[in-house]
Design a protein around this ligand. Structure first.
Ligand code: G6P
Length: 620
């Protein structure tokens, strides 16, 4: 949610900033802006709209010069998307520029205090820029001595941040110091890239990966002064902090779209590989169990867990719902999925033996992070299942499991979902094997999981068939997605995918619950996508399907390949390979993703940048 970049070094800053913004555009695309310092003056562009339509065009028509600059791609919180509300924002004197990701909650009070200042935008960030400027003027006028007090710009930022309530990842530059960037974080991610005689700032390592492997992940309250030659760090809370350089293991090309028209399609097609990566090195067939390097919990500790709570958001919340079935079915551990945004403010009873497990692709979602912190504050063990290595949740959890799915750029999550389910299955099998799960059953499950990547590959071969179905139903304005048991969460996910990228109203329901109300909405204009494998509940689910058919709703059935007779009762059929019952969601997710994708394409929607959304939601 909002992406920020910064560069200081010997090169022209503009190409690095623009490329960085492109790589961060998944975080927001309401507007973008860049400010650089040249000859002691700001040069800047700010433009509403997506990067290639706005700022990139401006930059090629009127290039900016300088070896230092900051940039921002915006997901609007305070103030509508517009050129004026775009970042960077400047202080009263016009000497200080700020880019910001987060929310300054007390901005109106600070604004009221700065009564002589003239604000041009409606944003909270502009207030922060003015506040930093105010402290800068005061320190300068009082004859501030740098020495052991630190750089005056850093000191001004620190004084301003002490007054701020809210969240921030910021980068600040000042025309008086054309070789200094000050960056700081609280709640929103910041990564500093360390080069030879150049440094980078970004909200996500993806923006830095083409230039350096050496990065510093900022912790909350860290404030860093960056020059081409080095970094100085301080922490607002502890007053001490150390620069810790980590090695980035991220292939910069993994963030390229390649020959695919959209990241989303590329990521759907990556799933045979990403599901494989989620399992690699984690299965022990001799013992019919699984193993993970980073759980940081002994077998005795894992055995002592008698409840699992999973606060998560969005698609990760849906994956957690599948996980709930796995923990209960394979390990008999009572499990609950929580909306992280609700969990964080609720006094949810957590016993000593409760494990809090956060599922998150980005590792930066503000509500999930707050859930983690609240649980840790209460003294609970927190594990995470996370994709982004080095992300805040991965670092703050007591232990965790990485998905190893590679960067997910498409705003609609796809490959992370199937990887999350895979990892949840492996973890539940581990929990089961130290309880009552027999080796025969676990081996069967593991053998079935092993086949999933090639089965997904075979489903992807039906791409054209699924595209044709999508085109046929693309004009519908309402959809239902139904499934039962393991397949109810995947029905929810199918509906979410469609809503997110095509703006069609869609609802996911447990198939048998329809008759308690929602069936009133079914008519000949409302198609239903039914996830209906030939499983132990098949006959019951088939009756639910008949209830829809009797109301003249068109039905797209996603079923198992031996179930030929269903073809006679429904309008469209997508046949999937057979697997163990619990793992059908891993297969069913793929045609649901493709259906949503092709419907959105048919409707002319911008699949990778759907309206109003952002991928990494770092505000409440
Ligand atoms: C946003 C994204 C969703 C994602 C959710 C949770 O809403 O648009 O695709 O599922 O955040 O994100 P996380 O990174 O925590 O999985």
């Amino acid at each position: 949610m909002c992406g920020i970049v910064g560069y200081v070094g010997g090169k022209s800053a503009a190409p690095t900033l623009l490329e960085g913004l492109r790589r961060l555009e998944y975080r927001g695309y309401d507007s973008a802006g860049i400010a650089m310092i040249n000859d002691g003056k700001f040069q800047y562009h700010k433009k509403k709209g997506k990067i290639d339509d706005g700022i990139a065009r401006l930059l090629s028509a009127q290039p900016l010069r300088g070896n230092i600059g900051i940039g921002h791609t915006r997901w609007a919180t305070h103030g509508a998307p517009s050129d004026i509300n775009s970042h960077p924002h400047f202080d009263e004197s016009g000497r200080i520029a700020v880019v910001h990701n987060g929310v300054i909650e007390n901005y109106d009070r600070i604004k009221a205090r700065l009564e002589n200042h003239k604000f041009v935008s409606e944003t909270d960030t502009e207030v922060l820029a003015h506040l930093i400027g105010e402290h800068y003027e005061r320190l300068k006028n009082n004859g501030y001595q740098e020495g052991c007090n630190g750089h005056i710009l850093t000191k001004s930022v620190i004084e301003a941040l002490k007054e701020v309530i809210g969240t921030y990842g910021i980068a600040v530059i000042c025309t008086d110091f054309p070789d200094v960037i000050v960056t700081a974080r609280r709640g929103s991610p910041i990564i500093v890239g360390v080069g030879g005689d150049e440094h980078f700032v970004a909200s996500d390592a993806i923006a830095i990966a083409p230039y350096t492997r050496n990065v510093v992940y900022l912790n909350d309250y860290d404030v860093v002064t960056i020059t081409p030659q080095g970094l100085q760090i301080t922490n607002l809370g502890t007053d001490t902090a150390k620069i810790q350089v980590s090695k980035l293991e991220l292939d910069p090309e993994a963030a390229e779209r390649g020959a695919f028209p959209h990241f989303m399609l590329k990521e759907i097609f990556e799933q045979p590989k990403t599901v494989q990566n989620a399992m690699r090195g984690r299965i022990n067939y001799n013992e019919g169990t699984t193993m993970f390097g980073g759980l940081n919990m002994s077998t005795a500790e894992l055995r002592a867990i008698d409840r699992i709570v999973m606060p998560s958001c969005g698609t990760s919340w849906h994956a957690a719902l599948v996980g709930e079935h796995y923990f209960e079915e394979f390990a008999h551990i009572p499990s609950e999925v929580e909306y992280a945004s609700e969990f964080r403010y609720r006094n949810a009873p957590l016993e000593k033996s409760t494990l809090v497990l956060i599922i998150t692709q980005s590792g930066e979602t503000a509500d999930s992070l707050a859930g983690l912190r609240e649980s840790k504050r209460r003294g609970h063990k927190v594990l995470s299942i996370c994709n982004v290595v080095g992300s805040t949740i991965a670092r703050e959890a007591d232990g965790g499991i990485y998905l190893h799915a590679g960067p997910e750029i498409g705003v609609a999550s796809t490959k992370a979902f199937t990887s999350q389910i895979t990892v949840l299955a492996l973890l539940a099998i581990l929990m089961g094997r130290i309880r009552n799960l027999s080796i025969n059953r676990s081996t069967k499950l593991l053998r079935a999981l092993e086949k999933i990547p090639s089965q997904i590959a075979s489903i992807l071969e039906q791409n054209e068939h699924i595209r044709r179905i999508a085109v046929k139903y693309a004009k519908s304005e309402d959809f239902f997605f139904l499934g039962r048991q393991y397949n109810f969460p995947v029905a929810l996910e199918g509906a979410l995918k469609l809503k997110e990228i095509s703006y069609i109203h869609a609802e996911g329901y447990p198939a048998a619950e329809m008759k308690h109300g929602p069936i009133a909405l079914i008519d000949e204009k409302t198609p239903t996508v039914f996830v209906i494998p030939k499983d132990s509940l098949y006959e019951k689910t088939f009756s639910n399907l008949q209830e829809i058919k009797a109301r003249k709703g068109a039905i797209i059935a996603i079923t198992t390949k031996d179930n030929r007779e269903i073809g006679k009762c429904v309008n469209e059929t997508i046949y999937l390979p057979e697997t163990e019952e619990p793992f059908f969601p891993l297969l069913a997710a793929v045609p649901l993703q493709l259906l949503a994708y092709y419907i959105a394409v048919e409707r002319g929607c911008d699949v990778d940048k759907p309206r109003n959304l952002a991928k990494s939601v770092t505000v409440e």
